[in-house]
Design a protein around this ligand. Structure first.
Ligand SMILES: Cc1cc2nc3c(=O)[nH]c(=O)nc-3n(C[C@H](O)[C@H](O)[C@H](O)COP(=O)(O)O)c2cc1C
Length: 372
């Protein structure tokens, strides 16, 4: 499709989303909408016609965005972040929506119903979500079986975490749970993310303590794999704490860092809604600047030792490009898609091409870390 036609198409869909669909969705419970979208995505992905229509509405391709990372081909750098496709039900439709890759999960060692509802809220003024799902998912055995039957058209990463249950308050049991999820999901993933930063599980975030992370990664190191391994970190860490965690990563089989998860910190000038739930982690614009700052800090300290994935508050091509120039090879998003509409993925990719041309780059990989 010609670039100008893609531009008009995106504007038309953006208008329809902003004026019709979004007001309709935002009147309903956010988790109900999420469940409906999961069903629609699953159905569309089942049929060739569904994928064709979706691709016609949302697709965009440009060779300037293609890069190889760890020998894996990414047709563009924009991926779906963990938490939207918790049970890996939408991997067939995500390529047609325009994503260059997708991360499913977080998947845990055992099935988990998550925290009681309500557990997802919108902060419309702050363009953020408050998430208190508590790692709801079908568990690693069911999800591995589901993914084993799929043929991926884009790289699919799997985020693994410890089951949200009382037993895992004991870090030794939590580590064995992590190991089970990791070992079970490893054969069906293109890459694995060890999620140590879920803000919503019983027992908190024990593996943000360096000695515990060291122990967890010792156990993960025992599982044979040739797949790239990422660690996803919290944005609520001081530089000192980040450096201590990075020192631990140096001693283990870790290839990349995902920066970042949801923020728990309510003292954040980007949160402007008058009411905010007491529980849960905050996504979207509220986490954008702290994630960017952390990305820059890590890139500055580590150079290109790790592949960095930037996530948090990506709503536009400029947001994605800033993360790329700060050192991210890949970018992920969820909230931007909910607040702006699903055409935003194509808008971002198309905008990235324009920004690369403006700055004299011929490929996205040349812009990675340009500002550090
Ligand atoms: C509804 C929802 C569920 C999430 N669940 C997970 C999860 O299970 N595992 C995880 O690592 N991150 C999870 N996240 C965090 C996102 O992956 C991402 O780090 C965060 O939302 C910031 O990106 P955004 O501003 O583009 O939404 C979740 C986020 C949302 C909005």
């Amino acid at each position: 499709m010609k670039d100008t036609i893609v531009g008009y198409r995106n504007k038309a869909i953006h208008g329809a989303y902003t004026h019709i669909l979004k007001p309709y969705f935002f009147r309903q419970d956010p988790e109900d909408v999420h469940d409906q979208m999961t069903r629609v995505g699953r159905e569309l992905g089942t049929y060739t016609a569904g994928k064709f229509i979706t691709e016609t509405l949302f697709g965009y391709e440009n060779e300037m965005l293609r890069q190889t990372v760890f020998g894996i081909d990414f047709k563009n750098p924009i991926g779906l972040a963990a938490g939207f496709d918790k049970n890996a039900e939408m991997t067939d439709i995500m390529p047609s929506v325009g994503f260059g890759f997708a991360e499913v999960g977080s998947v845990t060692g055992y099935p988990c119903a998550g925290n009681p509802r309500p557990r997802l809220w919108r902060l419309p003024k702050s363009e953020s979500l408050v998430v208190w799902y508590g790692l709801k998912n079908d568990g690693c055995e069911i999800i591995a079986e589901r993914l084993s039957k799929k043929h991926f058209l884009i790289p699919i990463g799997v985020s693994v975490a410890m089951t949200n249950c009382a037993a895992n308050v004991n870090p030794r049991l939590a580590v064995m749970d992590f190991r089970k999820a990791f070992a079970t999901m490893e054969p069906v993933a293109n890459y694995i993310t060890v999620n140590i930063s879920c803000p919503n599980a019983k027992g908190g975030q024990p593996f943000l303590a360096p000695h515990r992370l060291d122990y967890l990664l010792d156990i993960i190191d025992e599982v044979k794999t040739s797949k790239p391994i990422f660690v996803k970190i919290s944005p609520d860490l001081s530089d000192e704490k980040i450096f201590a965690l990075l020192d631990v990563l140096h001693n283990h089989r870790v290839h990349g860092i995902i920066c970042s998860n949801l923020t728990k910190n309510r003292h954040n000038s980007a949160i402007i809604d008058p009411e905010i739930p007491k529980f849960g982690g905050v996504s979207g614009r509220a986490v954008r600047d702290i994630s960017d700052q952390m990305l820059a800090t890590i890139r500055h300290r580590e150079g290109d030792r790790y592949v960095l994935v930037g996530v948090g508050g990506v709503f536009s091509a400029e947001d994605a490009y800033r993360k790329i120039r700060l050192g991210a090879s890949l970018v992920q998003m969820i909230s931007g898609m909910i607040f702006e509409g699903p055409q935003v993925i194509s808008e971002i990719n198309r905008g990235l091409v324009q920004l690369l041309k403006r700055d004299g780059f011929t490929n996205i990989s040349q812009a990675v870390g340009a500002d550090v």
